[in-house]
Design a binder for this molecule. Structure first.
Ligand SMILES: Cc1ncc(COP(=O)(O)O)c(C=O)c1O
Length: 396
């Protein structure tokens, strides 16, 4: 017996990529370079090692789902400083919960908030298209209908939920919103975030702001969901934000993030996690709290990404629709046929990229908005990045 909803989701993008590329040898004259996975290769901060070792004894304890007061207070302080929030807005007891990476949290939250029916109809979950594929898995396995809202060049690379039909908004349970966006790197303005929150409150759905790229930006710090709540008067109703150390601090293997926002939603989420969650172990939480309290390594990280995008500016210039993203570390290149280009880059230049088609789904007009794109993650050091981009331009 297999859950039939799994068929509706289809294969995960990296499995589809293996099926596409693995029957072929990469170009033998080159060392393979993978730009397919958004896994930062910059070194993790040393303090992680030290703090985990210092807290060795705590491996002997089952961690609480709520984590530690120290972790929650590090998150509240970071959020207050980063988004200039009033100190009364976030209660560290009720408004914050640690998670073992935001991937599982973005998935599990749907189990906590999607009801069986809304006004007697199947609930809908809105998401951008292209999008982080976990949203689709979460919506479908929670029994909702996933609704793919174009986030294309024509829509300024962000989804517009406001223009969705009333019938749909009335049965919407939740909406995923990613800024800076993966893969397009677009950053939503504070005004846009406020409009989404207003819509969610008017229509009585929940909005989940996926902000794991918030600290990788090129000019101005991207606004966030909680900042928009503050600008709207401070209520946290209907809003949760998800953030992570994976990209900010180059520790994707630490599996550490948090969810913050509406205490009613945090409570429901905690109940799901009480039954099925894997809360972060205490030594990792201690390291995570220290990372959220340190901005020096984050600043150095930002500098490194900016230098790599300077290289991309020079090497790619205006080719393949190249633009420098406002946030995040991806290139989203329009190459005509993304699958064909990914195959060619692998066979001809030993560069692994991911076809945009695998990160999107067909929209209502039957078009997959990612088909003509490839996504390239600039996660390596400068030298490797330069080498990869030069090969990529020559091959394409
Ligand atoms: C848009 C987006 N959201 C969430 C995640 C999950 O990150 P993590 O589970 O490492 O916190 C990723 C990871 O690549 C991502 O790209």
């Amino acid at each position: 017996m297999i859950n039939n909803r799994l068929e509706e989701i289809g294969g995960y993008p990296f499995d589809r990529l293996r099926i596409l590329l693995d029957p072929y040898q990469p170009a033998p004259s080159f060392t393979p370079i993978s730009l397919s996975v958004g896994e930062p290769q910059h070194p993790p901060p040393q303090l992680v090692r030290e703090i985990i070792n210092e807290n060795f004894e705590l491996w002997g304890k089952y961690p609480l789902v709520r984590g530690t007061p120290d972790f929650r207070s590090a998150i509240v302080s970071w959020l207050e400083t980063r988004y200039d929030l009033p100190q009364t807005m976030l209660d560290g007891e009720d408004c914050v919960i640690p998670v073992s990476g935001t991937r599982e949290a973005l998935f599990m939250i749907a189990l906590a908030v999607v009801p069986e029916k809304i006004h007697g109809k199947k609930p809908a979950v809105l998401m951008p298209n292209p999008f982080y594929q976990v949203y689709l898995g979460a919506a479908t396995l929670a029994g909702a209908e996933p609704i793919f809202v174009d986030a294309t060049l024509e829509t300024d690379f962000l989804p517009n939920f406001q223009t969705q039909p009333t019938e749909l908004l009335e049965r919407t349970a939740l909406a995923y919103y990613c800024s800076p966006a993966n893969p397009q790197g677009k950053v939503a303005t504070l005004e846009t975030l406020k409009n989404i929150i207003n819509l969610a409150r008017d229509r009585n759905f929940i909005v989940l702001f996926d902000e794991c790229y918030s600290e990788i930006f090129h000019q101005n710090p991207p606004p966030g969901g909680l900042e928009a709540c503050a600008a709207l008067g401070g209520s946290l109703d209907n809003v949760l934000v998800f953030n992570s150390l994976s990209k900010r601090s180059n520790v994707p293997g630490l599996r550490s993030g948090f969810v913050a926002g509406d205490p009613k939603l945090i409570k429901a989420f905690k109940t799901v996690r009480d039954y099925g969650g894997a809360p972060p172990p205490y030594p990792l939480l201690a390291a995570a709290a220290a990372l959220w309290r340190d901005e020096t390594h984050v600043f150095q990280n930002q500098m490194l990404y900016r230098q790599k995008f300077d290289l991309a500016d020079q090497i790619l210039e205006n080719s393949h629709g190249y633009y420098r993203p406002e946030g995040g570390f991806y290139l989203w290149l329009n190459v005509g046929d993304g699958e064909e280009a990914a195959l060619e880059l692998w066979r001809g230049a030993a560069i692994r990229t991911i076809p945009g088609k695998y990160l999107s789904r067909e929209n209502k007009s039957g078009k997959n908005p990612g088909s003509s794109y490839i996504r390239c993650a600039l996660v390596h050091d400068k030298k490797t990045t330069e080498e990869a981009l030069s090969r990529l331009v020559k091959t394409l």
